[in-house]
Design a protein. Structure first.
Length: 141
């Protein structure tokens, strides 16, 4: 039917004429309550967002000369984050003259990842970024 006739029918029924598929030949329109239509779309979108899983990245900071017991505490924190399904970013911060020995401290991060290898996998290898060196761990599947 013509667009004018459809508009008149919609006005008679106290509803709106909504263009559903503009690219079709001929374009497809519906006579519906537009407010209710928008509400349904918003509800469907909200429902689909509920089913999405958000992954958060937790950060653990250490210094290169960390003690064994402190390292175990940090590993336990990371283990808890990984079992919850979060990714973990382990950061080694260098201060002052520690920067001179930054390359030799890579083993601290590798040791950290090795101790958590039963529940995690290395997502990004140790990388130097300014005064920090970081590694990303993801939960093992």
């Amino acid at each position: 039917m013509s667009a004018r006739e459809a508009q008149l029918r919609a006005a008679d029924a106290d509803l709106d004429l909504v263009l559903v598929s503009p690219n079709a030949k001929p374009p497809v329109c519906k006579i519906i309550n537009y407010g209710k239509y928008r509400y349904e779309l918003a509800r469907r979108e909200k429902e689909s967002r509920k089913k999405q899983k958000t992954i958060t990245v937790k950060e653990i900071r250490m210094s290169p000369n960390i003690g064994e017991n402190d390292l175990l505490t940090k590993i336990n924190h990371a283990r808890r984050f990984l079992t919850k399904g979060d990714k973990v970013k382990v950061v080694l911060r260098f201060r002052g003259r520690e920067m001179a020995h930054a390359r030799e401290c890579k083993h601290v991060l590798e040791n950290f990842a090795e101790r958590l290898s039963d529940i995690s996998s290395v997502e990004k290898k140790p990388k130097m970024e300014g005064r920090t060196m970081s590694i990303f761990l993801a939960p093992a599947k």
